[in-house]
Design a protein around this ligand. Structure first.
Ligand code: F6R
Length: 607
């Protein structure tokens, strides 16, 4: 959700900034821009970073700030693209977040004679700093602190002043900032991926922190200038993890990585013979967890659907009543928690604003907070009391694929962990552990059949609408399958619990409205077949996702995709893979850039 990148050192900044923005583009790609020291103007362009790169060739400064935008206030246009500046073109800013009181600030500044060049909320910050500089003897640092204190809302910012080449200020409130430490050079970014190209040593800023950076070093302090010591950490990922590695799209690369992603999630975490899960991130809260009587899972989008699968697993195998909540709903509702409840935030990025806000609210109420997070060092990972990392590696494609699979894998481990603390027998624990170990090979088998999935997808590529149905463990997967299709192919798709069809959605079915039915041989198989029959009776076309060896399903449907058998609770880890591939093949056949769906961005750090 908007990417910011900044550099200070001895090299030409423009090239470094452009490369950094390219890596960050998945966070927003409706416009981009950069400013480097010594220039009297920024270069900006609508569209992707490529459109700025040529214009940036003339920039020679050795420090600079850059931005790739996902519009919140003001349509995508050159004038709304960052960096923004003040009336004198002296203060330069890039901002990720939302300045909630910008209208009031803008009115006040306009009364003081400021004129605005854009429709954005962000621009007020440049003018506010300019205004404070008049009162604070042109002290840029003090004015930046004073201006940031006046802002309500969220920000991750990088700031420069024309008269201080080589100095970059950064600060954060609600939107992530990480500083990369090189030798005689520093990098500032919204996430570590562009920094990886230069260094693995980083420091993460916390909310309310402010850093002053030049090629000689950096200081971190509060907005009131109280010094803060922070020990740098090391990024675990490698540079190859953030490259396409020969694939046409990150989305396909990330789907193909899924067998390894499951392995990475379970590696070293299973004691097969005892049927146990060992989760290092939960060790310190193990006793407390044994006393938990209720769980609330919170997430957004795909992470929410993973949470619904988690609820079914946890209730069936750990016997813990579990609720699943959408972050944006939970944060504004009355949360009924007690000391025997724990809240679990699920988030790939670890930065999703709504999920984070719900967790913070629960924390404020003294509730135990846990995280299932992929991005190491991210805000949710740091804010929660304990948690389990996914270890899925960076997910660059905007549509979540491998991270979703790893969330399901970690939820299965979590179920095993909590279940064995309670009534789950060692025999059942061993069964789940053994099945988990077999999943990477089974996903591999589905991937090997992807040509068949592609052929079926092409048959349906011109369809306008799609329905996805499933039951029990696979009902959330129906929702996830529909989400994947709509976000990458722009085909209208709806997910439904199959039993709900006759309560309304069946009315939509005709020859032009196909259904994807997830129908593995499990405890609700017969029910699914009845639901499929109801659709066929209304002339609806049906693609079934069935268990290998199920030949009878052919009699009921138009097309079949097969998946290997596994435990019912683990079947979503397999069933979602063909749905991801199906969405990928339809979207690419329709000519869309699946890695950057229109109107979307990865890492939703604004409400
Ligand atoms: C869908 C998708 C989104 C994310 C959601 C939460 O493909 O990617 O729905 O799942 O924005 O993001 P994280 O997991 O980063 O909190």
């Amino acid at each position: 959700m908007c990417g910011i990148f900044a550099y200070t050192g001895e090299k030409r900044a423009a090239g470094i900034l452009i490369d950094g923005l390219r890596v960050l583009e998945y966070r927003g790609y409706d416009s981009a821009g950069i400013y480097t020291a010594g220039s009297s103007a920024a270069v900006r362009a609508v569209g992707t970073v490529r459109n700025v790169a040529d214009k940036a060739a003339r920039l020679t400064g050795t420090s600079g700030i850059a931005h790739t935008r996902w519009a919140t206030h003001g349509a995508p246009s050159e004038k709304n693209a960052h960096p923004h500046t003040d009336c004198n073109k002296s203060v330069w800013i890039v901002h990720n977040g939302i300045i909630e009181n910008y209208k009031k600030l803008r009115e006040r500044l306009t009364e003081h004679g400021h004129s605005f060049a854009s429709e954005t909320d962000s621009e007020v910050l440049a003018h506010l700093i300019e205004e404070h500089m008049k009162a604070l003897g042109n002290d840029f640092e003090a004015s930046a602190r004073a201006a940031l204190k006046e802002i309500t809302g969220t920000y991750g910012v990088a700031l420069m002043h024309k008269s201080l080449p080589g100095t970059v200020i950064t600060a954060r409130m609600g939107s992530p900032i990480v500083i990369g430490i090189g030798s005689g050079e520093y990098f500032i970014a919204s996430d570590p991926t562009p920094i990886l190209h230069h260094t693995k040593d980083v420091v993460y800023l916390n909310d309310g922190e402010f850093a002053l950076i030049s090629k000689k070093g950096y200081t971190i302090s509060t907005l009131d200038n109280a010094a803060i010591e922070r020990i740098p950490s090391t990024i675990e990922w490698n540079i190859d993890d953030v490259k396409k590695g020969g694939f046409e799209h990150f989305m396909l690369k990330e789907i193909i990585e899924e067998p390894e992603v499951i392995l990475n999630a379970i590696r070293g975490r299973l004691v097969i013979e005892e049927g146990l899960a060992q989760l290092g991130g939960l060790r310190e809260v193990e006793d407390k967890l044994a006393g938990i009587k209720r769980l609330v899972i919170v997430g957004c989008g795909s992470a929410y659907y993973a949470g619904v699968v988690g609820k079914y697993m946890l209730e069936e195998y750990a016997g813990i009543p579990t609720e699943v909540e959408i972050g944006s709903e939970l944060r504004y509702r009355k949360m009924l928690f007690d000391e025997e409840t724990a809240i679990i935030g699920i988030s790939q990025s670890g930065e999703t604003a709504d999920t984070l806000a719900a967790i913070k609210e629960a924390q404020r109420k003294g509730v135990m907070t846990l995280g299932i997070v992929n991005a190491v060092g991210s805000t949710i990972a740091r804010e929660t009391e304990a948690g389990v990392y996914n270890h899925a590696g960076p997910e660059i494609g905007v549509a979540s694929t491998k991270a979703f699979l790893s969330q399901l894998s970690v939820l299965a481990l979590f179920t095993l962990f909590l279940g064995r603390q309670r009534d789950m027998s060692p025999v059942m624990g061993k069964r789940i552990a053994e099945e988990l170990l077999l999943l990477p090979g089974k996903v591999e088998r589905i991937l090997n059949d992807r040509e068949r999935i592609r052929t079926i997808a092409h048959k349906y590529e011109q369809t306008r609408d799609f329905l996805y149905i499933g039951r029990k463990y696979n009902s959330p997967i129906a929702y996830e399958g529909a989400l994947k299709l709509k976000e990458v192919s722009y085909i209208h798709a709806e997910g439904y619990g199959a039993g709900e069809m006759k309560h309304g959605p069946l009315a939509m079915i005709d020859e032009a409205f196909p259904t994807f039915a997830i129908a593995p041989k499990d405890s609700v198989y017969e029910k699914m077949i009845s639901n499929i029959e109801e659709i066929k009776a209304r002339k609806g076309r049906v693609i079934a996702l069935a268990t290998e060896g199920d030949m009878t399903i052919n009699e009921h449907v138009d097309d079949v995709i097969y998946m290997p058998k596994t435990l019912e609770m683990l079947s979503p880890i397999l069933s979602v893979v063909p749905l991801q591939l199906f969405a990928y093949y339809i979207a690419t056949a329709r000519g869309f850039n699946v890695d950057r769906p229109r109107n979307l961005a990865k890492s939703v750090t604004v409400e």
